[in-house]
Design a binder for this molecule. Structure first.
Ligand SMILES: NC(=O)c1ccc[n+]([C@@H]2O[C@H](COP(=O)([O-])OP(=O)(O)OC[C@H]3O[C@@H](n4cnc5c(N)ncnc54)[C@H](OP(=O)(O)O)[C@@H]3O)[C@@H](O)[C@H]2O)c1
Length: 234
């Protein structure tokens, strides 16, 4: 087994996942990341190669367990191990509950919540081998409900509960788990195009540095739930 640790980040083609990938690659961690479209995955892989050659882009959809199992197989074939899994892929549709369609509801539950479970399900045996780390990206919307947020709130409250219960199951194997609950991050989320107006927000590289700090903590301590917010919201 190679000594270099290996991370798998779901939804790494842009935004938070890309920011985490960039920081981990710059700190001697090999990175596999996923996205749904071949061309977006290839483009992100090319961009990430400037930080390290130890990067692997994978086309995978977190809503599909088989696809996640194949992704993990590709990671272990290429890198020989898997140490850190970051379940980040997610989306939001914000509408009053009476206007939210069943399809929109399902897209959030299946991606944000079931996707986090499928990613863990596909990788947990590898994490047992490396006594690794499982991190989920929930949201401050996982603790605070708001107008037009029913489906998103439900999925992100779910991710908080899921990760904390998984934390108790997994620590028996010396696998640590953390749920991160970010406030506003300057990404493409919900159709946003990052620009100067987003300078007050958490930046994707701040998320990367947070993940790096978490991974470096002494094995005896476990920050199981982290609220992470902009210092001065606009
Ligand atoms: N931005 C914020 O203010 C904020 C705040 C709190 C929490 N979050 C959470 O942070 C996470 C990342 O969001 P972001 O802000 O970085 O948004 P983003 O810029 O829109 O990026 C979302 C990422 O998720 C991927 N993705 C979406 N559905 C997927 C699926 N079914 N399978 C695999 N990958 C999928 C997208 O890849 P493709 O489109 O290429 O498939 C993309 O890489 C989400 O869980 C979001 O809820 C965001």
């Amino acid at each position: 087994m190679s000594n270099q640790k290996v991370a798998y980040i779901t939804g790494g083609t842009k935004g938070i996942g890309f920011g985490i990938a960039r920081i981990l690659l710059g700190n001697d961690i090999s990175v596999a990341f996923s996205g749904r479209k071949q061309e977006d995955v290839e483009k992100a892989e090319q961009e990430l190669k400037q930080y390290s050659e130890n990067v692997l882009g994978i086309v995978s959809d977190v809503r599909n367990l088989e696809s996640e199992q194949e992704a993990v197989q590709r990671i272990t074939e290429k890198f020989g191990r898997l140490d850190f899994v970051i379940a980040n892929a997610g989306l939001g549709v914000f509408k009053p509950v009476d206007e939210l369609s069943a399809e929109e509801w399902n897209s959030m539950i299946e991606t944000n919540l079931t996707g986090a479970f499928y990613t863990l399900k596909a990788s947990v045996e590898e994490l047992k081998k490396t006594e690794g780390y499982y991190i989920t990206v929930s949201s401050l919307a996982g603790a605070n409900f708001f107008e037009n947020g029913t489906g998103y709130n439900a999925s992100k409250f779910g991710v908080v509960g899921f990760t904390q219960a998984a934390m108790i199951d997994l620590r028996k194997y010396n696998i640590k788990s953390t749920v991160i609950m970010p406030g506003s991050v300057a990404t493409n989320f919900n159709g946003n195009i990052p620009s100067e107006k987003d300078n007050w927000k958490i930046q994707p590289e701040d998320m990367g540095n947070l993940v790096l700090d978490i991974l470096k903590m002494n094995p005896r301590v476990l920050p199981s739930k982290i609220e992470f917010r902009a210092t001065k919201p606009a």
